[in-house]
Design a protein around this ligand. Sequence first.
Ligand SMILES: [Fe+2]
Length: 501
Amino acid sequence: MTPRNSITELGSAMGFAFISIDSPLHGRDDGILINLPDAEFWRIFLSEAASNWKGKTRMGAAASAVRIRHDLHARLLEARSRTDEVFRIARDEAIYDRPIPERHRLIFYLGHVEAFDWNLLAQRAFGLQSLHPSFDHLFAFGIDPVDGGLPTDKSTDWPAREEIERYNQSLREGLDAAIENALARPSEGHPHLIQMIEATIEHRLMHAETLAYLLHQLPKGKKISGPVDIEWRSPKTKSHMVEIPAGRATLGLRLVHGDEFGWDNEMTEHETETDEFAIDTRNVTNRDFLRFIQAGGYENTALWSQEDWAWREKEGIEHPTFWRRDGNLWMYFAMFGEIRLPLEWPVYVSHAEATAYANWLGRKLPTEAQFHRAAYGTPDGEIERSYPWGEEAPSARHGNFDFHHWDPSPAGAHPEGASAFGVQDLVGNGWEWTRTEFAPFPGFAPMPFYPGYSTNFFDGKHFVMKGGSPRTAACMLRRSFRNWFQPNYPYVYATFRCVED
Ligand SMILES: [Fe+2]
């Protein structure tokens, strides 16, 4: 008996069914399962998760449930407009391309963002029968190979775009009708319906961002051109290190109403203490990183871990992926064209390159807890903020996020988003690498309707990123949100800053 059979049986006993999204073959959107939990594991976690998630869903069943239901479907439609927007950038001839070797062809994602919603909701929440079982399966899972193996499928292996678009349309129509109907009848719905719809919204918004990474790597001629943001004013002041006194950093999701959405890896809220440390007030810029290159940073094995150096050698990495050397000039691949290297923008690099840079200066990347302390802590130590700037909802004056721009702004261009300690751009303008391996918090229990979302990546091969990029949706700027990638994946809109501790 496979784990999936066990889950299905146990899930049915709890009043809902697990389907292919829980498949042992793949994880999140981008994952392969490393170690399969056995049937005993599933039996134990389901009994725990059922009580956790049941309590989480029911606790705030009054006012906040009404508040959330009111705009849930509108938020799903808005998220769809975000993924539609990204696909419109790719010219027809690019749709079967694979801009990043470790990922699927673009055509996969065209079907995936719809199939995911259907696979999660249709049968489990609404009892709907599949409209196209083979497509439901074909578009179910992304990839994130950790063994260096790359996908080998051919473009001719995939269905015609028109056929996928018809499939997508039929899924949207089916789900829209079912969602409207269910949201109008709160007492009859699936007990996890709200959480599941929240998951589809955030999953789609994550893809709106990761699709931007993919399209960023497409040649300019294969994209419908958009703006290159080079009109920013650079700040006059300089980056420096600021002392952060020892104190508390609260990690994880705080449940106020009881039904706030968060992924399983954000559970549960817990306090940690950090010792005194110093941190850069701004991200490391392209100008800073150029000095590292000029100092021979890519040739100095002492700065790199053995694994990172092996990757650098194998791939012939000599500079950030977004850069290109042109004689004596450095050029930069912005989303919609090549420009002279913007020296004041935060450098986008892999974890491996960021770590080598920090080593060069005798510094480190922050831990996840240090990031929290610098971003959300306050000098008096009592209050921790919801956002670096305070309690106000994120807006364009606080930082570069929520799809307003395709490229970074100069480091320090949003002083109104600074933390209580004066640290800038902690949220937006590029995810920030930490030196913390992605791992569960105390009390972790996988989401019953999507158990592989995080667990498939607790493998010691992924690092936590915090903050957000220009293409990160505002809802995922919450303090507890955690992102993660492998250290040698250089296509992410990820930057860093250093600490001394
Ligand atoms: Fe996905």
